[in-house]
Write a new protein. Structure first.
Length: 482
């Protein structure tokens, strides 16, 4: 760390964290604000301002889009590690995200959805992996503030996630969907302006290109990119890629990308023996993370449909907008992230190890799904709002045990030459889990919800217990990383 980072602090953290906190907060404002109304826009009737898509197809689109966001972290990580460096990718990605939200706001129907979601997915993927990587450059290998710093960074994410759905949901309810999408564009523009002023304060390490691509190989990769775009366009025009198949396609592509990514990193001659063992240790964490996100991301599919059809949103005669349910989780994150950050800081090296945190997070997420069971079989407005609040509180506890810790450990386990791409591997687990959540949502119905919540919750609890049982073995593979 430079002199400035040592002499000034942001809640006890390097001052440069404040700038990353800000851009991520505004990016999440726009991302979750848009996502809060996206599913409703897809399946609401034309008379209500929507596109009238069947709910199962709409959920598959949302799951595939969410998976695409995290899948595109591969592209953002590769560009950072081979071409531009993480800091520049963060800046350019913010511009692409803003253009995506503008497209959703201004372009009509499926054209706006297609262009807008592709731009937001690509831009968000580039920003997510690289913002996380830049945060990692603020801390030395033995700096015990790292997990606490990532928890504060996560607080910025959730401030945006809290306010975004509240405002876009209100605009959607009062004057229409496209005004909500427009507000998301304004939020991303605010984040871009803030980051433009603060990016010079970031460490030089954030601008380093760890493994520069030789100039002679530029034409090859440009050709690959053009060919990929052509193939996708042809598959869409010929009907191979459809709305109902999107989630399954993203799942397949993500699994293939994961296998290839692990193989490339593990077979590289540029990593040491200790680094290779650390990558192996990430495999069980990857599996647990995938299981966690396949349940957690159903906030934007099954929980949204459930809130529309089953939740009593009447508050003293006023009906709360559906997207506001998605702001409950960020409220708890804001309250508890500081608690968790303080707890990890106070415990220092006595805090639970990363595999234990992952096991607990996955198991508790399963418990959250089991909490839906008392409300099985009810009709419209049968689930009290406080019941949903309690369930989402458990979502939050599970999230704080796994998500910020996953971001942190991916930077700690990363080989030197695959710094950002290792963060992308963590996001691949999120991509896979998110796409699976969209596929699973097609199986949900009021008639089968008891089996749905019970089976999925039980599987997650079992996986959490297995990870806890092998946590010491995983820790040995981590070679000194906790």
């Amino acid at each position: 760390m430079g002199t400035e980072q040592r002499s000034h602090t942001f809640f006890g953290q390097p001052w440069a964290l404040a700038h990353l906190f800000g851009v991520e907060m505004w990016e999440r404002f726009s991302f979750y604000g848009m996502q809060g109304i996206l599913l409703l826009y897809l399946y609401f009737s034309a008379a209500d301002g929507g596109l009238g898509i069947p709910k199962s197809d709409a959920a598959a689109i949302v799951g595939a889009y969410g998976g695409g966001v995290y899948l595109s972290t591969i592209l953002g990580a590769w560009v950072a590690d081979r071409l531009l460096g993480s800091e520049r990718v963060v800046f350019y990605s913010a511009i692409v995200i803003m253009l995506g939200h503008i497209s959703l706001a201004l372009l009509p129907g499926f054209v706006g959805v297609g262009v807008g979601l592709i731009l937001v997915a690509v831009g968000s993927g580039g920003l997510k992996a690289n913002a996380t990587s830049v945060v990692g450059t603020l801390y030395g290998p033995e700096d015990t503030r790292r997990d606490a710093g990532f928890s504060l960074f996560y607080l910025g994410i959730n401030l945006g996630a809290l306010v975004g759905p509240l405002l876009t949901g209100l605009l959607q309810q009062r004057i229409g969907f496209h005004y909500g999408f427009g507000l998301a564009a304004v939020g991303m523009a605010a984040g871009l302006v803030q980051y433009s002023f603060g990016r010079r304060r970031l460490p030089d390490e954030a601008r380093v290109v760890p493994n520069p691509l030789p100039r002679g190989r530029y034409p090859l990769w440009i050709g690959i990119a053009v060919a990929a775009v052509i193939v996708i366009v042809v598959l869409v025009l010929t009907g191979v890629i459809t709305a109902g198949r999107l989630a399954g396609i993203v799942i397949g592509v993500t699994i293939l990308a994961t296998i290839v990514y692990f193989a490339v990193i593990l077979s590289s001659r540029c990593i040491t023996s200790d680094e290779r063992h650390r990558v192996y240790s990430f495999i069980p964490l990857f599996v647990a993370s995938t299981a966690f996100w396949s349940l957690y991301q159903q906030q934007f599919t099954v929980v949204t449909i459930y809130s529309d059809e089953r939740l009593d949103r009447n508050i003293f005669g006023w009906v709360m907008p559906i997207p506001w349910v998605q702001s409950i989780n960020p409220v708890f994150i804001i309250i508890l992230s500081g608690v968790f950050a303080a707890l990890w800081t106070k415990l220092g090296r006595r805090q639970p190890t990363t595999p234990v945190k992952f096991g607990l997070g996955t198991g508790i997420m399963g418990v959250a799904f089991l909490l839906f069971l008392p409300f099985v079989g009810g009709g419209p407005n049968s689930t009290p709002l406080l019941g949903m609040v309690g369930i989402l509180f458990v979502f939050t506890v599970a999230e704080l045990l796994l998500s910020p810790v996953g971001l942190s450990v991916s930077t700690k386990l990363a080989p030197a030459v695959f710094r950002t791409q290792m963060v992308a591997l963590f996001f691949l687990s999120v991509a896979l889990g998110t796409a699976i959540s969209g596929q699973l949502a097609a199986l949900y119905s009021p008639k089968t919800e008891g089996v749905y919540f019970g089976v999925l919750g039980g599987i997650a609890i079992a996986l959490g217990i297995i990870l806890l049982a092998i946590s010491r073995w995983v820790l040995r593979l981590m070679r000194g990383v906790r």
